[in-house]
Design a protein around this ligand. Structure first.
Ligand code: TYM
Length: 339
């Protein structure tokens, strides 16, 4: 039996990816990376560094190169282990672009025009509404479908992309015969959408206009504590999880539970009768305590480029094996003449 098929018999497949753009935020960590780490042994995992998605917005080439390696080191510093999962760079496996082209012919322009992220990014980058920006979800569908993926842990902002991926897979399977596994999105119960500290109705984002609302994974302790001190709360003084009426406090509680390992109820009890000042300081300290060892491990890993390259080489080879077998199945089904 083929290695891939063998893997499928033993474990379900999990796929996720992060773009190597700007510095990552604790939103990326809580919404995606933390879950990826927690699930890496239960599933056969593929984790990509989505540099092809990154270029849908103009990047400085030297920075994109540097951030690619830096994201690999961050993945590993957060606990993804290249001996237990496949870590690779998207552009190292040409099947992604190849399958995306085929899937383009099974995707309607109207569907892509309706995508919220496309509309948001078009407004933000009005001078560069390129085809890639519009095609972003199709490339993402190709990523996922190439690996016969069962589950995709992502933040809630990716739900629409997951839905269109499922639609494309089902459409293809109905026209031909079952070819793609139809994947499920997995969203964290708490923290699927971490809000900006200054405006919790907005997603915490790598590219926010005001960096004081965003905690970056490479922020130092003082910066983290200072940013939490300024976080918006409300005129009340009760630390209670109620996203509708207390969005700021609830956002801080989500962050606190993700970093302290405590439940929402435990956290509410811990801060009962104490003011927001104490609470915000405790959230800042929990985040800073957790990020400090991640940052030093990331720096240590980045000092050994040769080792990181070897991880990426092995990852690309493993990924290619699976991806190329799916691609050749697709090519056969659609009638591409094969030698
Ligand atoms: P990216 O780099 O924008 O985001 C990476 C992951 O972080 C999650 N995320 C958040 N979660 C909670 N709160 C937030 N404030 C927050 N901000 C970001 C995102 O939901 C995502 O899970 N398009 C993907 C990258 C990708 C991908 C894929 C993902 C490319 N191909 C295939 C899954 C499967 C993205 O948004 O990256």
């Amino acid at each position: 039996m083929e290695e891939v098929e063998q893997q499928k018999v033993n474990k379900k497949v999990l796929y996720s990816a992060v773009q190597p753009t700007n510095a990552l935020t604790i939103g990326n960590y809580i919404g995606a990376i933390k879950n990826m780490v927690a699930m890496q042994d239960e599933y056969t995992c593929f984790f990509a560094i989505a540099n092809m998605h990154a270029i849908t917005v103009r990047q400085v080439p030297a920075q994109l190169r540097q951030k690619t390696l830096s994201l690999l080191a961050l993945y590993m510093a957060c606990g993804l282990d290249p001996n237990r999962c496949t870590l690779y760079v998207q552009s190292h496996v040409p099947c992604h672009a190849e399958l995306a082209w085929v899937l383009n012919t099974f995707t309607y322009v109207g569907e892509m025009e309706r995508m919220t992220q496309f509309k948001d990014k078009s407004a933000k980058h009005a001078d560069n509404i390129n085809m890639g920006l519009m095609d972003y979800p199709v490339l993402m569908a190709a990523d996922i479908l190439l690996y016969k993926t069962d589950v995709v842990p992502v933040g809630i902002d990716q739900r629409q992309h997951l839905e269109i991926c499922r639609d494309i897979a089902i459409r293809f399977n109905n026209i031909y015969s079952p070819t793609f596994v139809v994947p499920e999105g997995v969203y964290p119960k708490v923290g699927a959408k971490i809000g900006d500290l200054l405006d919790p109705s907005k997603k915490m984002s790598k590219s926010a206009e005001n960096a004081n609302g965003t905690i970056f994974m490479d922020d130092d302790r003082d910066t983290i504590i200072r940013k939490f001190k300024r976080a918006v709360t409300d005129s009340d003084s009760e630390v209670r999880y109620d996203p509708e009426n207390k969005p700021g406090v609830s956002n801080l509680l989500s962050i606190y539970t993700a970093f302290s390992g405590k439940s929402i109820e435990e956290a509410e009890r811990e801060f009962a009768g104490r003011g927001y000042g104490d609470f915000k300081l405790a959230v800042g300290e929990a985040v800073a305590d957790k990020l400090a060892p991640v940052q030093s491990e990331q720096a240590r890993l980045l000092s050994d480029k040769e080792y990181l390259n070897s991880v990426l080489k092995a990852g690309a080879e493993r990924a290619y094996k699976v991806a190329s077998s799916t691609l050749s199945k697709v090519y056969r089904k659609i009638g591409f003449y094969q030698l």
